[in-house]
Ligand binder design. Structure first.
Ligand SMILES: Nc1ncnc2c1ncn2[C@@H]1O[C@H](COP(=O)(O)OP(=O)(O)OP(=O)(O)O)[C@@H](O)[C@H]1O
Ligand SMILES: [Mg+2]
Length: 265
């Protein structure tokens, strides 16, 4: 952790989007739910122009929103079949969808020169059109995640407050450090935040305290509470604000989006 640079008062180039990866190689911690709902909060509630990139072959982000059918997706762009073509989902909200084809990309691109920088290069002509670009990454630290980190300004890490949460975090921050040194000196650890939190569970409270003790100012104030509406909304291709605007899920994700917007204002 100590080698990670901390965001203090960053002077971001306001003409370009802030590019954020949501990442944790542990599965099921809330990467996709957070990318979707932080993105929608930024777009619909805070008036930002937002692009969501689905970089996971599971395509859960794509399935979580009413994305129109399109022949353009993250796989086609990465293999050079076409440019990165954002699909409009709502006012201010655009998506680069994914599908299962993307599962072949890591092998197909493994011998490509500059394979870590393909997404960064694809984003160059697109980034100026958005305020925020949020990337949903797969539960692994392979070439897709490395492409996301190489293209990003910052990484936000969702954590469940369970035992072993911190163990995985050490590995992830080590990778972020290596990417900073070798591939992208602009990359920063934006923050970590706790998801699926239930304050009635002693384990959740204890682990949350440990996370706060270890990571201090890097821990976002907002904890995303466990909320069944967050689990239900994707099944009908809707975000939490559309599905249940008064739910704790909607309140928590709006609060997290405001914290993130505040960092980059
Ligand atoms: N705060 C929450 N309360 C209740 N359910 C949640 C919450 N956050 C996420 N879920 C549910 O937990 C499951 C895992 O969440 P999600 O898909 O966002 O995790 P992920 O990290 O993207 O998973 P993967 O590693 O497979 O990509 C999903 O079914 C999701 O709907
Ligand atoms: Mg996911």
């Amino acid at each position: 952790m100590s080698s990670l640079r901390i965001i203090s008062n960053p002077l971001y180039n306001k003409a370009m989007a802030v590019i954020i990866s949501f990442s944790n190689h542990k599965g099921g911690v809330g990467k996709t739910t957070s990318t979707v709902n932080v993105g929608v909060a930024l777009a619909k509630k805070l008036g930002k122009k937002v692009l969501l990139i689905d970089l996971d072959p599971q395509a859960n982000l794509t399935q979580s929103l009413p994305v129109p059918n399109t022949e353009f997706n993250s796989y086609g762009a990465l293999i050079g079949k076409h440019a990165l073509i954002p699909v409009r989902v709502d006012n201010n909200l655009y998506v680069i969808p994914s599908n299962l084809d993307l599962s072949g990309a890591e092998v197909e691109l493994s011998a490509e020169t500059g394979r870590e920088f393909i997404l960064r290069e694809l984003l160059e002509p697109v980034a100026k059109n958005f305020d925020f670009i949020l990337i949903d990454t797969p539960p692994s630290l392979g070439l897709l995640t490395i492409n996301a980190f190489a293209a990003s300004n910052s990484v936000f890490i969702p954590l469940q407050s369970e035992y072993l949460a911190l163990q995985g975090l050490a590995k992830l921050t080590e990778i972020v450090s290596k990417i900073q040194k070798r591939l992208n000196k602009n990359l920063e650890l934006g923050g970590v935040f706790i998801t699926q939190y239930d304050h009635r569970k002693i384990l959740n409270r204890e682990v949350a305290e440990t996370i706060e003790k270890h990571l201090g100012s890097k821990v976002m104030k907002t904890k995303i509470r466990e909320n069944v509406a967050l689990a239900e909304a994707p099944s009908v291709h809707r975000d939490i604000f559309d599905y249940n605007a008064s739910s704790n899920g909607a309140k928590d994700y709006l609060s997290l989006a405001k914290e993130i917007a505040e960092i980059y204002k």
